[in-house]
Design a binder for this molecule. Sequence first.
Ligand code: CUA
Length: 335
Amino acid sequence: MRGLLWIIIEGHLKPVFGIDGATSIFRPLAQPAQEIKETSILVLAVCAVIFIIVAGLLVYAIVRFRHRAGDEASEPPQVYGSNQIELAWTVLPILIVFVLILVTSRTIADIQNRKPPPGAVHATVVGHQWWWEIRYPELGIVTANELHVPASTGNSHQPTFLKLQSADVAHSFWVPQLAGKTDLIPNKENRMWIEPTIRGTYLGNCAEYCGTQHARMLIRVVVHSPDEFDSWAREQQESASIALTAVEGQKAFFANSCVNCHTIRGTSAQGKFGPDLTHLMNRETLGAGAISNTPDNLRLWVRDPQKFKVGCLMPNMQLTDQEVDQIAAYLQTLK
Ligand code: CUA
């Protein structure tokens, strides 16, 4: 019972009343989330009015016509058929549904038909069990779990258009304060766009059950000013810095099978199964939001990722203490 209460409060009341804003669709901070919220409010309002009328009549009937002492045991008069009433409760719902269809399809068409303006950013998001691969084909950037985008300002519209793909099973990209959910389906490309205007970090998560670590498949959208975004992009475009301070670690990294799964641009590590590590140190978290990216956590992650994320595809490599220290030191040079 307490568990149920907790789910209701944590999962439904807190987000709606803005105590925990990140997951509230009622606190949108960008298009198209704003437009979706307006439609949702209208639908909720219409449904609330219907609910109040129906529940009110029901309660009235229950109270007014309840059994009273002295009532006869015989049946009350049975009344059949009224053309007016039947017509009213057929036509009215049809009209209401028709209005809701019109409003909803206008919003859907508005969002789906949006064409990228000249300054738009294009990115491809690929869902993996259990992390997000993020590519900017035009900018030549590959990263993971953090989608960086520019904010639109008063005079420049810079929305980000996303192509959504999956490498394995169905996932769903959901950052509630930016846009609605869109699924990432194997062998199919879905599209969506976001146009935030306020800088900051927006939290989201995979919204389609995709296996054991579905809950640890978090996404961050980092919204920069246009200038900041440009300098972020320039940094990301560079190849990995050559490690002069962690040569043993670099050797250990390349001697073990790390290179089979990870890419470090500018080196011979070209693996595609795991996240690109070229600028690993720029990311806030490890394991798609499983733990924060601190030197200690990085070391523990290299030692045994399964401890933080049971079932994730990176195995415990059975490295020696020395190798763990060296590889962690090398990874920390990937800024
Ligand atoms: Cu990916 Cu749930």
